[in-house]
Write a protein that binds this ligand. Structure first.
Ligand code: ATP
Ligand code: MG
Length: 351
């Protein structure tokens, strides 16, 4: 069996360091590992429209922003197929067949859908398209016969739902679809990076992000005004590192060589944490160190982004070609799905 990756992002805003830690970094490593036969990376514009139906201009503009972020992080169009979801209409057809295999109450139980409905104040007015997006996500994954889906932890329930759809489809119509595995980041702090405001998740929709495209001074200003431990008022007070976003970001991004370069009085993060916990270490010092770490990580990404920004026509061509490749792959799966469902009339009627 071929090893195939499918993953993607909603073009609802530029990508942030939560995406980078939770999924993008891993994708680039998997892409370069040479272990995968194909890598598909989808800009999920149709999914973004499920809760942005009235803002088509926002989605359209962010398709290019997300593509630029991908290229900036090291997604290589020679190795990965970057495509636009709505340019692959086969995905919509698959979704409509899968809808028959899922109950309304099953979608209602999906914890990610529940949280997102709350987050968007949708309780009384959920668009049907938004409600059913876990099903369309199963179509996206299975259309490419993905065996691996590198995503953040919030996507676990989506993958569970996808596996159920695959099992049900194969049981009813015969072995047709491939079951995917989720690939979560190895580093726990990257599973779900909190927001600058300390909220559980850095999210474009919550406006609590450091964006990959943020300029140096913006990154610095955001880090210096980050939420920390609210009880750590004076430098000498003992501070908490659990749930403290400054330390979670350090868990996610700092490496021992950063200490040697920017903060040589500590050998590693454990020593810095211990000092903070016993008191005598101020937030400003820790934030300044975090800023150095983040600038080191983000500077090459920002540089590459600027280079691609100057070649927008090439970026558009990458998306066009990628969408053609994706369409062919999805059409092949849809062909098998139609045959399995016995709706491939004109193929075997001898007329
Ligand atoms: P939206 O608010 O529009 O849903 P989002 O910021 O949640 O945007 P998505 O496009 O939904 O971003 O998610 C893209 C990918 O990034 C998914 O794999 C998701 O798990 C991952 N991801 C998003 N936010 C985080 C985060 N804060 N920490 C780790 N991974 C994240
Ligand atoms: Mg999301």
């Amino acid at each position: 069996m071929q090893k195939i990756i499918l993953t993607g992002d909603r073009p609802t805003g530029r990508l942030h360091v939560g995406h980078y830690a939770g999924s993008l970094k891993e994708r680039v490593e998997l892409q370069n590992s040479g272990e995968y036969d194909k890598v598909f990376i989808m800009i999920a514009d149709a999914q973004a429209l499920t809760d942005n139906a009235e803002h088509p201009e926002k989605v359209r503009q962010n398709v290019l922003e997300v593509a630029l972020d991908y290229l900036a992080c090291g997604i290589d169009p020679e190795k990965s197929t970057i495509f636009i979801q709505s340019a692959v209409p086969q995905l919509t057809e698959l979704t409509s067949y899968y809808m028959n295999l899922v109950t309304v109450s099953r979608v209602q139980r999906n914890p990610t859908v529940k949280t997102e409905i709350k987050m968007r104040n949708f309780e009384a007015s959920i668009p049907v398209g938004f409600f059913t997006y876990p099903i369309s996500q199963a179509a996206d994954i299975t259309a490419f016969r993905a065996t691996a889906v590198p995503v953040g932890e919030d996507q676990l329930p989506m993958l569970e739902q996808c596996k159920e759809i695959v099992a049900k489809f194969n049981a009813v119509y015969g072995e047709t679809l491939t079951e995917p595995e989720i690939i979560l980041p190895g580093n726990k702090a990257c599973l779900r990076l909190p927001g600058l405001d300390g909220k559980a998740k850095m999210s474009k929709s919550l406006g609590n992000c450091i964006y990959l495209a943020d300029e140096e001074d913006v990154v610095k200003q955001k880090i210096m005004s980050m939420y920390t431990d609210p009880d750590h008022i004076r430098v000498q007070d003992p501070g908490k590192v659990e749930g403290n976003p400054v330390f979670i970001y350090l868990d996610a991004f700092s490496r021992p060589e950063h200490f040697a370069e920017f903060l040589p009085e500590y050998a590693n993060l454990d020593e810095l944490k211990a000092h903070y916990q016993r008191g005598g270490l101020g937030d400003v010092k820790v934030k300044k160190f975090l800023n150095s770490v983040m600038q080191a990580e983000l500077a090459p990404i920002r540089e590459r982004r600027k280079m691609w920004e100057a070649r927008l026509d090439d970026v558009k061509m990458i998306l066009k070609r990628g969408s053609e490749t994706a369409r062919e792959a999805a059409a092949a799966t849809l062909h098998d799905v139609r045959a399995a469902m016995q709706i491939n009339y004109f193929e075997n009627w001898n007329i």
